[in-house]
Design a protein around this ligand. Sequence first.
Ligand SMILES: Nc1ncnc2c1ncn2[C@@H]1O[C@H](COP(=O)(O)OP(=O)(O)O)[C@@H](O)[C@H]1O
Ligand SMILES: Cc1ncsc1CCOP(=O)(O)O
Ligand SMILES: [Mg+2]
Length: 270
Amino acid sequence: MTIPSELHTTPGAALTAMRAARPLVHCITNYVAMNVAANTLLAAGASPAMIHTPEEAGDFARIAAALTVNIGTLSPHWVEGMKRAAESANEAATPWVFDPVAHFATAYRAGVTAELLALAPAVIRGNASEIIGLSGGGSAARGPDAADPVDAAEAAARALAAGQKAVVAVTGETDFVTDGFRAVRIHGGSPLMPQVTALGCSLTCLVGAFAATTQDAFEATVAALAFYAVAGETAAERADGPGSFGWRFSDALAALTPEELDARARIDAA
Ligand SMILES: Nc1ncnc2c1ncn2[C@@H]1O[C@H](COP(=O)(O)OP(=O)(O)O)[C@@H](O)[C@H]1O
Ligand SMILES: Cc1ncsc1CCOP(=O)(O)O
Ligand SMILES: [Mg+2]
């Protein structure tokens, strides 16, 4: 295990706490990700609920252990549910995680993103192009897939974290996580991961599960990403391509023990 002094909780300890509590995670995600993300949380040991309608999203956020909001497939009705849920989460001091999928693509998406950022998510998780865009930078990306390397987004992530007073996670070949003061890089995963849709969205939901049970949102985020990275490496060992990677990844999340996670996690101070 390589774990820097920034971390007081090992990823394995955070995984143990998450599985012991089996937190109810309120996920407002997109049509593409709903099934994948629910299965990812179940495999990892959490309890997902995909609930978006404004008639109940605010009420449900009050009883969940964490909330995650993802703008992948938007409509005004969903946006109202997202805002009500985030407001309830804030009132209940429940951590909520924001995934700004392709927020730069259209004016509508950008406007919704600004409204959600004003509701103060505890964690923002996106790919490099999304995080660069949130800090006002330009990118060749036009949709949900990243067009920039993670190291090009590190300064943007630090600025965004400081400005939003949130944890910012940038994912890609090597992940970067910062809260504006602390920062680490997490190695691992597989190039097959971006070839399977919704694995980023599902990771956002998993960050919610860890944030429900590890109070320090920075440590929770790092643990979730390290867990994903190690499981991704396991799945890639025998995968023939994106299809078999998908189900092997689910199996790897379920099988990974806290001890093995701590033995294999590769995290450096940044
Ligand atoms: N080239 C890569 N090598 C290893 N892991 C990767 C690679 N690209 C993405 N990942 C992993 O895939 C997961 C989803 O990240 P990413 O693809 O950046 O999100 P998104 O799907 O939102 O664009 C993360 O765990 C990330 O570390
Ligand atoms: C393809 C697609 N289109 C709208 S949302 C979505 C899923 C994006 O998933 P991820 O960000 O995890 O790749
Ligand atoms: Mg994404």
